[in-house]
Design a protein around this ligand. Structure first.
Ligand SMILES: [Zn+2]
Length: 57
């Protein structure tokens, strides 16, 4: 069963990542968010297909 890390989600909003995207692109921030998310929360383990190529597992 997927377990949501509500605390992490509260402290790591995608919108905040995009706001502080100084020096990086919004795409990079989205990839960063998803990487952190996979490490900290298991409410979803899928990665949007459009972002997958930017992950280096
Ligand atoms: Zn989550």
């Amino acid at each position: 069963m997927a377990k949501i890390n509500a605390q992490w989600h509260k402290e790591n909003r995608m919108s905040d990542y995009l706001k502080k995207a100084e020096g990086t692109t919004q795409l990079q921030q989205r990839v960063k968010w998803h990487k952190e998310h996979l490490k900290n929360c298991s409410c979803r383990t899928d990665i949007p297909a459009s972002l997958k190529k930017y992950f280096d597992f």
